[in-house]
Design a protein around this ligand. Structure first.
Ligand code: SF4
Length: 450
């Protein structure tokens, strides 16, 4: 069974079925007397392992039989009919991620301080989360059941951390033996079944760069369009991950990578009609090179991995300025500070200056150093409450905007465990967590920021 995945993959043993956490009043779910705490064990005789299974097994079905373990411990069997597309009104427990069995040289978990938020130590390797949220898996410990499930339930696309197609290099980077590192069979199985794959390379100087990188890109491109894209993102080192086998990424290294991959991209574009291999924004920013134009990214296939995010943001910002000019918007009452990391600040500062000059706002950008993680961590999303408080003298105006990635997705808590409320009280100013893409809308909306 999937939930008891074979060793060496580490899996949290779960109770059978999927737990209902909420039932919408007057919904079909409430009509059949199901309540929070009840577990749906089977749908039409088939076991349910999580809400994805529930969704898959109920899709398109109008006549259903649920086997339920009630919160009270009773077993119920419920027969029901529903209208086509009728919603049950259930909210289910979250998927508990399956964890990896690798020992990657660059694993982010090794780069965390001991007191970092617990979730930063979760080494998820879960094809369900890959499908749902674009999390990467290495496929090194995927089970046959998981392979079957991806194919049967069309959990496509899948995001795969390849790192290198050279097996020796991949095994070395992942800290596993060559047999486990070899995922050619699994990739073939997915691709032959029509599952779309996006690949990722975490680029480590001296290990999977230069010729290894060229070969990796070419090998993956040979499977285009079944493999749709490859994102190449730089190794990130904190002060806690000081493995001597790793070499820090430098601006010079980034410039060499841009040149090398730029040449491959030109060739790929001519052959495939897409650049196919996309460099993470961080590589351009660290190299102090311009971010490629909008057309470079096509449909932004790996934007969530920080590939094209800056270009997309600049486009949205420019569109916002045009809208504001058309509508005669003024921002005279917007006085506040936008917090970001030192990497993104040079992109944001000129845009905010332009906004201030044209629309009367008094906004400033505070580029904050990441002393919590240290090393070369300079992205905004990894800033912590401590970093923010230690830069309080640079905070100006009546409100503060912080990147929403600084907070846990379902709780107002920062990476160092500080609560948003606490930091807000310490600063004595309202603190709003905002997604990069939402920034233009937040600045021009009449949402009270002060
Ligand atoms: S980087 Fe990912 S795959 Fe590698 S050890 Fe860490 S969690 Fe596992």
């Amino acid at each position: 069974m999937y939930e008891f995945a074979v060793t060496p993959a580490v899996t949290n043993i779960r109770r059978r079925g999927v737990e209902i956490t909420e039932v919408t009043p007057d919904s079909l779910g409430s009509e059949i007397d199901l309540e929070p705490g009840d577990r749906i064990i089977k749908v039409n005789g088939r076991l349910v392992r999580d809400y994805l299974d529930f969704r898959f097994q109920t899709a398109g079905e109008t006549e259903l039989v649920f086997d339920v373990k009630k919160r009270s411990g009773e077993d119920w069997q419920i027969e029901l009919e529903r209208g086509e597309g009728e919603d049950f009104g259930f909210t289910f427990e979250q998927i508990v991620p399956r964890q990896c069995a690798n020992e990657c040289l660059f694993c982010f978990c090794k780069g965390n301080p001991d007191d970092a938020r617990k979730s930063l130590f979760v080494r998820d390797e879960d094809v369900r989360l890959s499908f749902l949220y674009g999390n990467y898996t290495t496929l090194t410990s995927i089970t046959e059941d998981e392979m079957k499930r991806i194919i049967e339930q069309r959990l496509s696309p899948q995001y795969v951390s390849v790192h290198a197609t050279d097996l020796d290099v991949r095994a070395y980077l992942l800290g596993v033996d060559k047999q486990r590192a070899d995922i050619s069979g699994q990739m073939r199985g997915l691709l032959d079944a029509g599952i779309e794959v996006h690949a990722q390379v975490v680029l480590c100087p001296g290990i999977n760069d230069e010729e290894v990188l060229r070969r990796t890109i070419e090998d993956l491109a040979a499977e285009f369009p079944r493999i749709t894209s490859v994102a190449i993102v730089p190794l990130g080192l904190t002060r806690y991950n000081n493995d001597p086998r790793l070499t820090a990424v430098t601006p010079e290294f980034c410039r060499r990578v841009i040149d090398q991959v730029g040449e491959l991209q030109r060739n790929l574009l001519a052959r495939l009609g897409t650049n196919f291999a996309f460099l993470g924004d961080e590589i351009y920013l660290r190299a102090c090179k311009p971010i490629p134009p909008r057309s470079h990214y096509g449909e932004y296939p790996q934007i969530e991995d920080g590939v094209g995010m800056v270009r997309s943001f600049k486009e949205e910002f420019a569109a916002m300025i045009r809208r504001m000019q058309r509508t005669g918007t003024r921002l005279d009452d917007q006085r506040g500070t936008i917090v970001t990391g030192s990497l993104f600040a040079p992109v944001l500062e000129p845009l905010i200056e332009k906004l201030n000059a044209r629309f009367g706002s008094t906004l400033s950008v505070a580029a904050i150093e990441n002393s919590y993680f240290g090393g070369d961590v300079s992205v905004a999303g990894l800033l912590t409450g401590q970093d923010l408080l230690s830069a309080r003298e640079r905070i100006d105006g009546a409100f503060v905007l912080i990147p929403k990635q600084m907070l846990k997705s379902d709780e107002d808590i920062m990476l160092d465990g500080m609560k948003l409320d606490h930091v807000q009280n310490e600063l004595g100013l309202p603190l709003h967590a905002v997604g990069l893409g939402d920034l233009p809308q937040v600045l021009t909306s009449r949402v009270a920021l002060n």
